[in-house]
Design a protein around this ligand. Sequence first.
Ligand code: PEP
Ligand code: MG
Length: 326
Amino acid sequence: QQQQLALLKDQPAITPDGIRVEVAANIGRSADAGPAVEAGATGVGLFRTEFLFLERTSAPTEEEQVAAYSTVLQAFTGKTVIVRTLDIGGDKSVPYLDLPKEDNPFLGLRGIRLCLAPHYQHLFRTQVRALLLAAQENSSSTLWLMFPMICDVRELREAKAFVAETEQQLLQDSQLTAPVLARIQQGIMIETPAAVWLLDQLAKEADFFSIGTNDLAQYILVSDRLNANLAELHRPFHPAVMRTIAHIIRTARQLACWVGMCGEMAGDPRASAFLLGLGINELSMEASSLNAVKQAIRSTSGAQAQDLVTRVLAAETATDIEALLS
Ligand code: PEP
Ligand code: MG
């Protein structure tokens, strides 16, 4: 069966009736890029850049970051690479960064909140400079920027203003020879309940959405994603999570906003038909899941997928939904 799956490596993720879904890779280090291409990823749907900051004693320099982003962009020439800006705090602590001690780190200064906080903005500045410079050096790939943990339009505007200001500085210093932002899409993770309620407002300023099911599930269910005592409640296919995901994808499609998914659910072949039936544009996952997800998509028709959506959204328990999906 593994061998049969391996044959799918160079095949597109397309249903028998012609609905196509992009299947991209989640990566954490530039060294993951080559193997992801090999495994058949048609792009990167999530580059978790915080991994560049782990297992070291100081933050990576601008030059180091330019090199890392360039390696990934080069590996995906002609393709799209979604780089998520620094998402630390919460479960991802970085000893040398002197992060504040908080009682509830998952509800604390994490993701975009930390990047925009005056005390930590220098980290964000270095990263955005490196990203814009890497985009200039690698113009035959497409870079998309993605901001994590966005709750409202104010945060998104602030992040975009920060990026625009960084571009201006680089142009003034002649490190950029021409503007690059015009060809860089800027989007957001949808992983907070606040963002789910503000999709219409956010879609006016975000070029794309990507659903982060890992955080979204923990905030919808008010249950820590790492707490083993909550395993019975914290099920990936909880009806509240499934309805939230359906709402996000349908609303995004109505608003004509590109919507992908990069949380763990995207790599679970049991979820593929459901997500396809809702109209997801891209699924991004660990490279090892690509073939299984492709197989699931290639063996479902659009009509079957939509019928499944109706039944899943009516189900009352995670166990019932698992039964429908498998
Ligand atoms: C998520 O929250 O679903 C996600 C993709 O991001 P991370 O797992 O890195 O928080
Ligand atoms: Mg997350």
